[in-house]
Design a protein around this ligand. Sequence first.
Ligand code: ASP
Length: 332
Amino acid sequence: MSRKPHIVILATGGTIAGAAAAETGGAYTSGQIGVEDLLSVIPEIRNLAEVSGEEIASIGSQDMDESNWLPMARRCNELLARDDVDGLVITHGTDTMEETAYFLNLTIRSSKPVVVTGAMRPANAHSADGPMNLFEAVATAVCPDSCGRGVMVVTNDTVFGARDVTKSCTTAIHTFQAPNFGPLGHVHAQNVEFQRKPQRIHTTDSEFNVDNVKELPKVGIVYAHAGGDSAIAVEAFAANGYDGIIHAGFGNGNFNQTVGDALAKAARSGITVIRASRALSGAVTEAGEVDDARYGFIAAGLLNPQKARILLQLALTVTQDRDRIREFFKTY
Ligand code: ASP
């Protein structure tokens, strides 16, 4: 390429664009600082790439939902289809970054690099992590080796796959981890070194297309705890017309019997029930501790509950068939 790569930065808000009342941290407001101001702190980014910015939202990612995801996926696809755009960087709050990254991983139809980044410290805090994360995100987006690896999350010198990554700590800058397989690679200065490629279906091979989807099917998450009270949450989702329920179960996707009975009743009524786990790592295995065929449940495999929710929402846009949805959970 004779010209510099052109990377578009899509800003959505979050702490990376947050302003704290005091530079030592503490209370702050997300999404206060624009893309140009973020870029002005790290002029070296312009040595790596031609960058242009768009603000597509200005929110804390705790408020991120399908009303942002659907237009975001469409905007990403429009931009990536252009010959003069070589990759995207999305700045985002860290709270739901893993969900947005996984949603885009399944709905973007391009092998060009798409990198999501954010920060744990507001832009005006001492040792703010946002500028370096943004620099490393752009370095990853311009790296030819990044193509075809699906949507990535880059923070704290580390490149994660969208499917693997999760926020593991409330406050630390090394919050993002991939508990089952570790990172895809690392960034040192502006050099990106990869160790592996994601194996599950993503981006160009994904069959999920949200171009004409106005809203996603309704899927709720029920969290397991000792005792059977969360059966009430299952019944509430069922009574409110939910299409799917993810059970964040014990260990290998297990449940208290009262909750299991409520989930089985929901499954019999046509609601798709996915067994995930509240444990940090490991797969929920089909017919492991629970007889899925008997209850009509589907095992989430390695997807955590919040990502199982995304996959089920997208799966339900194409089919209600349980065998097909089960297959999605084995391949995506
Ligand atoms: N609540 C913030 C957000 O997710 C936290 C962060 O960005 O780190 O937008």
